[in-house]
Design a binder for this molecule. Structure first.
Ligand SMILES: Cc1cc2nc3c(=O)[nH]c(=O)nc-3n(C[C@H](O)[C@H](O)[C@H](O)COP(=O)(O)OP(=O)(O)OC[C@H]3O[C@@H](n4cnc5c(N)ncnc54)[C@H](O)[C@@H]3O)c2cc1C
Length: 502
């Protein structure tokens, strides 16, 4: 058989998506047969937001042999144990979605079945009390999970908050060391094959023409290759996720950095607060039908913890996904592939999981359509599942009397989400399969945070003496609270292990 390997890959865009793609592809094609070129424009720049992640990012770093401390120092990163949802269920009520589980199994039945029964009788605290990571985040503590028998301390995971611009620079250095060629120029024209429509080359404003066999479109919202050239189409999800704008504004840090992302419900959306080592990232994600840009910026400004470090940056978006992530010889990533608001930090996760899928189904120069269909179908399912998880945040609110929230609570939701809610009510078990990113624990965090209670718990629970179960629950909560007392503050942990470490 002849060698049908693809010899040249061109990545358009040098934001988080572009440089993640460049580093991952260069790492895969180390033998040098496949040439990788990345084109980015200094005039256009990157979006520069996207600073909270999920634990999956650690696999990306590990694949590239990146040292975590080195990475955190280079990107001014802090640790993230979950997301602190403030006011989402009702004003002044909070819960945390942790990267962790709750309690401990008793007689092989998951903890939340016992909790469901005891909660009905007001003999249990909020689910948050039975999770070490939640209590750590509530008290601004951090320690790395232990890989030993200490069940409580090993039963959580963590992610990072980092500076998006520094992250792209950091990956750029790694990708270039791995052989990626970087070109700074503007793409002015895209040449396609006259018969097949496959992209053949990019014409740059410096006069160069960059030819390629496979193109990765990381050009941001506009999707220069996947949409403006190939007209692939976009499916919108605005009927369920009503926010369509964000205003972002970094500020000086005044408080010790929290070990969770803060997500504060606002009149027409929500505000994020992402603490970094050197500043705090803030933004208000809102629905333009319910608040003006000026008022949103004003509200954000009054909610900053320190002095603003830049003018407000306004971003417009349309929630949804590209109808096909892979079309002809173009694969799109990041904002070019679609957008879901950063409520659960899923965008960088999606870049990473899309890259993994692509690498596992990488084409040769014959472009087998089965590979394309498999990847596209897989990505559609994954994104629809993420979408449903986000919709639940809005739909389950009890913020009565606020127009935006009333509309969200009364909207028709996708059947897939209704089925999930019903399944949980009937079985006390979230409905999860292999394509779900959010685990049983994540759905439990949401259901309990929004007070969606099951009508059932496992009958084995009734075999246990109620007073004993109550005692056990108290013991778990007390043990967690004692453990947390002895852990270092998040800031002290960073200073000792990241800033001061050589
Ligand atoms: C308000 C907001 C908050 C977010 N928060 C989070 C978060 O907390 N966590 C998370 O995971 N994600 C978050 N995201 C998403 C995250 O920011 C993006 O997924 C990520 O930054 C990837 O962006 P990108 O690389 O696709 O696009 P961009 O950063 O926009 O990069 C586009 C690149 O294309 C280049 N380019 C474009 N046109 C041309 C041209 N004609 N010629 C040459 N080059 C060109 C540009 O120069 C640039 O390098 C957020 C997004 C928004 C909008």
């Amino acid at each position: 058989m002849t060698d049908s390997r693809i010899r040249s890959i061109v990545i358009l865009g040098g934001g988080t998506a572009g440089w993640m793609a460049a580093a991952a592809l260069a790492n895969r094609f180390k033998q040098g047969v496949t040439k990788i070129t990345l084109v980015e424009s200094a005039d256009i720049g990157i979006i520069g937001v996207g600073e909270a992640t999920v634990p999956y990012i650690k696999e990306f770093l590990q694949d590239l042999n990146i040292n975590e401390v080195d990475f955190m120092r280079a990107t001014n990163a802090t640790y993230k144990l979950g997301i602190d949802f403030d006011g989402w269920y009702k004003p002044n009520e909070k819960f945390i979605h942790p990267f962790a589980g709750y309690g401990a199994r008793i007689a092989r039945i998951p903890f939340h079945h016992y909790w469901a029964k005891m909660r009905q009788q007001n003999k249990a605290q909020e689910l948050d009390a039975y999770c070490l990571a939640v209590q750590m985040a509530r008290h601004n503590k951090f320690a790395l999970p232990k890989a030993n028998n200490d069940v409580e301390l090993s039963s959580f995971n963590y992610a990072f908050h980092f500076d998006a611009g520094l992250f792209a620079n950091y990956l750029s250095g790694i990708a270039q060391q791995l052989g990626v060629k970087r070109i700074q120029a503007n793409v002015q024209h895209v040449n396609q094959h006259p018969d097949t429509g496959f992209i053949q080359s990019l014409e740059l404003d410096n006069g160069e023409q960059i030819e390629g066999e496979f193109f990765i479109d990381c050009s941001g919202f506009k999707g220069l290759l996947i949409e403006q050239t190939l007209k692939t189409g976009y499916e919108t999800w605005n009927q369920w996720l009503r926010c369509d704008r964000a205003v972002a504004m970094p500020c000086a840090s005044k408080l010790a950095p929290a070990s969770a992302t803060r997500s504060l419900a606002m009149e027409a959306g929500w505000q994020w607060r992402i603490p970094l080592q050197h500043r705090v990232g803030n933004g208000y994600v809102y629905c333009s039908d319910f608040i003006s840009d000026e008022l949103a910026a004003e509200k954000l400004l009054t909610n900053l913890e320190g002095d603003a470090l830049a003018h407000p940056k306004f971003i417009r978006f349309t929630t949804g996904m590209r109808k096909q992530a892979w079309n002809k010889n173009v694969f799109c990533l990041g904002l070019a592939s679609g957008f879901m608001e950063p409520l659960e930090s899923t965008s960088i996760y999606l870049i990473q999981s899309s890259l993994t899928l692509l690498l596992n189904h990488f084409p040769n120069n014959q472009y087998n359509q089965q590979l394309v269909n498999t990847v596209n179908n897989n990505l559609r399912i994954r994104q629809e599942k993420l979408r449903d998880f986000l919709i639940l945040h809005y739909y389950a609110n009890q913020r009565h009397g606020q127009a935006f929230w009333d509309e969200c609570r009364t909207m028709a939701i996708p059947d897939t989400l209704s089925a999930r809610i019903e399944h949980f009510k009937q079985t006390c078990q979230p409905q999860i399969d292999d394509m779900d990113f959010f685990s049983t624990n994540s759905w439990l965090a949401m259901f309990s945070g929004f007070n969606i209670q099951p009508n059932y718990y496992h009958p084995v629970v009734d075999d246990f003496d109620e007073q004993l179960v109550e005692k056990e629950l108290k013991a778990i909560a007390a043990s967690i609270s004692n453990t947390v007392k002895d852990l270092p503050d998040h800031l002290a942990f960073i200073q000792r292990n990241i800033t001061a470490a050589q």
